[in-house]
Design a protein around this ligand. Structure first.
Ligand code: ZN
Ligand code: ZN
Ligand code: FE
Length: 760
């Protein structure tokens, strides 16, 4: 008997080959009717024999196209109609409706084969793509996702491309960025004299220049990279000095996994992250046999590696005798400025760094940085969630109000919510930079229009000076929207809960170990044990407040922090302490009088700052030139055989650090190695975690522990804390979809605002 069904599918179902897939299935199961895209997803009308219909639906659900993600599927019985066949209909726009936009996807295996197949008409064409791969978010100006609303609008398809585009059985059916040598974007190489070399010749020039130690700016998917031969120490040093980036590790790119394995240890999870379609930078432990010079990543024993993700990268990385196997692929910017993403800005801003430019004429609509990831207990663990992941939402089993959360000031991301989606933005960066602030101010309306969200309230940090807070204040005033100010570490708590699809207001114990966050009492917090849920929290335990000479600027000078902490805890500034040695006698007396007179010494309970202090005490790092450098170097110097620990003491709600500092000084005087001190300090923090949780658990009965905040970027600490806590029966919630650092903060702010509004 012929039956009829109306099927509505939501999720990532457009631009991923969903309709051709449905079309193919309809043929297979002799289904008649139609399929079409709407602004709410994909709609299907299917008529057929009962058993065919159920097989058809089952296959749609169980084996959808690789890049699709079905969030919901609604099936209704309808009366069968008289269709002569199965058709793909025109898209229909429904007012106010939306669907998630696909992130950019790395080149697929089919396209890669064609790229290197001399018989293919797209042989060595740097912009080959299909419905299973290619640019998405970075070229989309608005939805529905159709070519005229992308930066491909200006390229008129040739006959051959159009045929593929219009053929439902073709891999390029409705692949919006479809193009070929004849009709699509082109590359060219440009040097400082303005010489242009187009196409393959331009590519070969770039390769020659790289081979000979030059630095080339390359336009990629979400912005520019600066590339050079990673095995050429001189080139790497030159790049460091021109980019004014003295220590922060450079990421590298290799042609395939086998090249990465030469230099790094790799477990199966790390391998699958490296090879995943998102192609993030994966942080690996480096092999001592690797010939990659130390200057790629000074002071650390890790390497950030990514695989090629665009056809142009493959052409650039293609192995050839004498050609470098490993290229530095660092963001195309000066220092911490946002990456360049237009040809003209690259030429003007990167001119002093790059010897030449490999450019193309497909515009980037949204600048998106590479994502950075590692694994913790076989799950992904983000340092930066951006290209390949954004703007895919965090999905919650919870109906969310339409809200905007503006995030933190550094590592900014913002978040917009509606239905059961939390659209956490791509990495925006440091808002103190004017151009980044602009990207923030333009990014928010872009997301609002893509996902059709009109916020009914705005959430921001409690910090009055954050530029994100100021944006929120202005906008809430202008649009008369409620403004919800969220304490920084409460937002971290909510972020890790949301990351784990925690949908009730049941309280947890959250250890928010962090760098900096504005506290309820105006003091800088960051060594916090909180107890609470989305709607409210209590501060149960915290590191005792220490003076931070010079305020925020002290974060650049761990030696100053160390000296201040010693002074505050009554430990003498002995000459054999490396931090003290790093000062001249004049500097010492200035610092001493600053501390004694309490001039510009705000207080902080930050654990991040204690890491800085300890890194300096051991002599590892007295000055930093990138964020968290001291803590990263301290973690990297751990002697993992060393199991001893120092001991923090509790004094009511305060965690006393004096015993730890005193033991460290004693160890320094007894010539205990840096690696042992680093290990003992990390172990003492592990003990603190356990003891703190036990204290709060005894009082509250709570057995669930959540870990969030920038200090949890420390892989040693997070991996061990999970084991320590689970061993004694706690349930542990850690991040795995969004970063533990401030890059995940906006998600927490949004959830808190949602719960607080619901309560009212
Ligand atoms: Zn493809
Ligand atoms: Zn073409
Ligand atoms: Fe934070």
């Amino acid at each position: 008997m012929v039956v009829g069904r109306k099927i509505q599918i939501k999720g990532i179902v457009q631009g991923v080959g969903f309709r051709p897939f449905v079309y193919g299935l309809a043929e297979k199961y002799t289904i008649t009717g139609w399929v079409r895209n709407s602004s709410a997803g994909v709609e299907i009308i299917a008529n057929g024999q009962g058993s065919d219909i159920s097989s058809f639906i089952k296959t749609v659900q169980s084996r959808p196209p690789l890049l699709s993600k079905i969030d919901s599927i609604k099936i209704e019985e309808i009366a069968p109609d008289n269709f002569s066949g199965f058709e793909i209909l025109q898209s229909e726009a429904l007012p106010g409706e939306f669907i998630p936009v696909s992130p950019d996807v790395s080149i697929c295996d089919d396209c890669l084969r064609e790229l290197f197949n001399p018989k293919d008409r797209r042989f060595r064409y740097p912009f080959i793509n299909c419905t299973n791969c290619g640019p998405r978010f970075t070229i989309i100006k608005d939805i529905p996702y159709d070519r005229p609303l992308t930066t491909m609008a200006g390229f008129k398809m040739c006959e051959a491309c159009r045929e593929e585009y219009e053929n439902p059985l073709d891999r390029r059916f409705h692949a919006q960025p479809v193009a070929c040598e004849e009709c699509g974007p082109q590359i060219w190489f440009e040097d400082h004299t303005g010489n242009h070399t187009f196409g393959e010749a331009g590519l070969q020039t770039a390769r020659q220049w790289i081979k000979h130690g030059k630095i080339i700016a390359i336009k990629g998917l979400g912005g520019f990279h600066l590339a050079c031969d990673a095995l050429n120490e001189e080139a790497v040093e030159e790049l460091r000095s021109r980019k004014k980036r003295s220590d922060k590790p450079f990421a590298v790119m290799v042609f395939d996994t086998s090249f990465a394995e030469k230099h790094c240890f790799m477990n199966p999870t790390e391998r699958s992250l490296l090879e995943s379609k998102e192609k993030p930078i994966v942080i690996f432990k480096r092999k001592s046999t690797s010939e990659i010079p130390a200057s790629i990543a000074p002071g650390v024993n890790t390497l950030g590696i990514m695989l090629p993700y665009t056809p142009l990268h493959y052409l650039l990385m293609e192995p050839e005798p004498g050609y470098p196997e490993v290229l530095v692929m660092t963001s195309g910017n000066l220092r911490e400025e946002p990456i360049a993403f237009t040809n003209s800005s690259a030429i003007s801003e990167l001119d002093i760094i790059a010897d030449g430019f490999l450019l193309h004429d497909r515009e980037i609509e949204t600048r998106v940085d590479d994502s950075v990831i590692t694994e913790v207990h076989n799950k992904s663990y983000f340092f930066r969630r951006s290209r390949g992941f954004a703007p895919d939402p965090v999905r919650l089993d919870l109906e969310l109000r339409p809200l905007l959360a503006v995030g933190a000031e550094l590592k900014n991301t913002f978040c917009l919510t509606r239905e059961n989606y939390a659209f956490l933005s791509h990495h925006i960066g440091d808002l103190q930079n004017l151009e980044t602030l602009q990207a923030f101010e333009e990014g928010i309306p872009h997301y609002e229009s893509l996902f059709k969200i009109k916020p009914e309230a705005i959430a921001c940090d409690l910090h009055p000076d954050y530029l994100s807070t100021q944006y929120a204040e202005k906008r809430s005033c202008k649009e008369n929207l409620p403004l919800i100010r969220v304490q920084h570490h409460h937002a971290h708590l909510a972020s890790v809960l949301a990351d784990n699809d925690w949908v009730t207001d049941e309280p947890v114990i959250c250890i928010s170990f962090d760098g900096t966050g504005y506290g309820l009492d105006g003091v800088i917090w960051g060594g916090e044990f909180l107890y609470g849920g989305y709607a409210q929290f209590e501060r149960k335990l915290h590191l005792e407040n220490m003076p931070l000479p010079g305020g925020d600027s002290a974060t650049h000078h761990p030696a100053k922090i160390a000296a201040a902490y010693l002074w505050k805890n009554g430990v003498e500034w002995a000459d054999d302490i490396p931090s003290i040695q790093s000062f001249s006698s004049d500097q010492r007396s200035i610092l001493l009088s600053q501390l004694e007179k309490d001039i510009n010494c705000p207080r902080t309970s930050s654990l991040g700052r204690l890491f800085d202090a300890v890194a300096s005490l051991t002599g590892l790092c007295h000055e930093v030139n990138y964020e968290a450098q001291a803590a990263i170097e301290l973690e990297n110097s751990i002697n993992s055989e060393q199991e001893k620990a120092y001991h923090f003491e509790f004094d009511n709600q305060q965690i006393k650090i004096a015993p730890v500092l005193e033991s460290i000084i004693l160890d320094i005087q007894n010539s205990v190695t840096k690696s042992d001190i680093a290990a003992k300090f990390h172990n003492s923090v592990r003990l603190l975690v356990l003891e703190g949780c036990n204290k709060i658990s005894q009082e509250t009965g709570c057995r669930t522990i959540a870990l969030s905040g920038g200090v949890w970027q420390n892989k040693f600490l997070v991996s061990n804390a999970i084991v320590d806590l689970e061993e004694v029966g706690y349930r542990v919630l850690v991040h795995h979809q969004v970063p533990a650092n401030d890059g995940g903060l906006a998600l927490g702010q949004a959830l808190i605002a949602n719960f607080q509004l619901n309560k009212k």
